[in-house]
Each structure stands twice: as C-alpha cells, then as structure tokens.
Write a protein that binds this ligand. Structure first.
Ligand code: AMP
Ligand code: MG
Length: 216
C-alpha cells in the first residue's frame, strides 16, 4: 500500500513538490479562492488525467495560474491598456483574465480556443511552488464537475483523493468563492463569471476608460 502524500506546512518540501509537479504529478493545493487541483500546464497527459478525475467536459477550458508578469508574457500576447489596468488593480488576487494565448499553451488546456484564462493568485505557498517549478499550472477547482467547490480538505471527494499524487492541506480557506473571469474585446469588457470581484469593482477600476461593461 502506498501512503497518500498529505502535506502540510510541517512536512512540505517545496523543492520536491515543485520538481514533481514539473514532471506531471498531480496535486491538490490551496489558492486564495478555493482548493484547486493542478499540474504542469505543458504536460498534456497529466492535464488529461485531471479532466478525467474531475469528470470534466473537455470543452470546458481550464484556468492557468502564473506567479507574475515574466511568466505571463511567456504564454500570452501583450496586454492592451484595459487588461493592464485590470491586472495592476486586482493581481495578485481574485481576477482571472481571458487573454490571447501563445501557441506554447496546449489545446487541451483551452478547449482549442485561441484564448487562455489566466490568474495570478495571492496564495504565497502556491506562488512559491510555481516559482520553483518554473512552469504555470492548470488549476480547476478540486471537486467533481458540477459538485460544490471545497475550502476544506475534509470535504475532498474520495475519488479525487485516491487519484492525485499529493494533497497539500493548509486548513480551511477563508473564502469559498471562485475568481471573477473577465474578457476584454476592444472597448467591451465582459464579466464571464462574477466571483469575488463584483461588477461595481470593475466599473470603479475602469472609470477613466470609455468602456462598456457587460455581465454575462
Ligand atoms: P472552473 O471550472 O471553476 O475552473 O472555471 C473555469 C471557467 O473558466 C470555466 O467556466 C471555463 O469555461 C472558463 N474559461 C476557461 N478558459 C476560458 C477561455 N479561454 N475563454 C472563456 N472562458 C474560459
Ligand atoms: Mg469549478
């Protein structure tokens, strides 16, 4: 019997975890929104495993986590002024931006779209793992599709627990709300999902720009 590798602040070895993720191992980890399930964005087989263990439709693209602007520019085209303002205001934090992707991002991650949903999260442990792994990670929520997100490992589904390589348990996350997903097209700002950040917050952030903001 293999012991499930449940890691906490007491026993986590960040170097080890990061190198395992880079190799395509799969882990449950805390973010500043909910617990996520992730791996190296460039490892197609590992990403496919995540779709399967979540019973997720392949047409539903994944969110990709980065830990700063260096990593961002490796995976997406340059941001326009509105996207830059949104990123400067809400990153690191609860904003996911849908951006024009570079070819380096595998199709399985984006359901073959030419855009990728990207977030720079505020969780320090997570950012330090991404920093050491030197790759962005895919990060859907750590639940079976259509079941509720989790903010406590005690609520992790047994089948997901059994399928992943590592579980990083940092206790209960204070939030239980997903990120807000925004897409900018010319002067139109679409809020594809209103999560932690509300439409009013986006309006305030972009008050100096002449934009139309639509809540989808
Ligand atoms: P989650 O299932 O909580 O990880 O949420 C991810 C959400 O982001 C899903 O609703 C996806 O449809 C959406 N999403 C991911 N990538 C894109 C994209 N490139 N364009 C539009 N929506 C996206
Ligand atoms: Mg989800």
């Amino acid at each position: 019997m293999t012991l499930k590798k449940v890691l906490s602040l007491k026993n986590i070895n960040l170097e080890k975890v990061s190198s395992e993720i880079k190799k395509g191992k799969i882990f449950v980890f805390p973010t500043s929104t909910v617990y996520g399930i992730g791996t190296n964005v460039f490892n197609k087989e590992a990403v496919e495993k995540i779709y399967n263990m979540k019973k997720r439709d392949y047409q539903k693209a994944l969110i990709v986590l980065i830990n700063g602007y260096e990593m961002l520019k490796d995976i997406v085209m340059p941001l326009n002024d509105i996207e830059k303002k949104l990123a400067e205001t809400f990153w690191p934090g609860f904003l996911t931006l849908v951006l024009k992707k570079k070819d380096i991002i595998p199709d399985i991650v984006t359901a073959s779209k030419d855009t990728v949903a990207v977030r720079y999260d505020a969780n320090k442990l997570l950012n330090s793992i991404i920093d050491k792994a030197k790759v962005p990670i895919v990060a859907p929520s750590a639940n079976i599709s259509n079941e509720p997100c989790i903010n406590d490992i005690k609520d992790l589904s047994k089948s997901i627990y059994d399928s992943v390589d590592y579980v990083i348990d940092l206790g209960k996350i204070n939030s239980n709300k997903e990120s807000t997903i925004v897409k900018v097209e010319d002067n139109n700002v679409y809020i594809l999902r209103e999560g932690k950040i509300k439409k009013e917050d986006i309006l305030k952030c972009l008050s100096k720009y002449s934009v139309d903001i639509t809540l989808k």
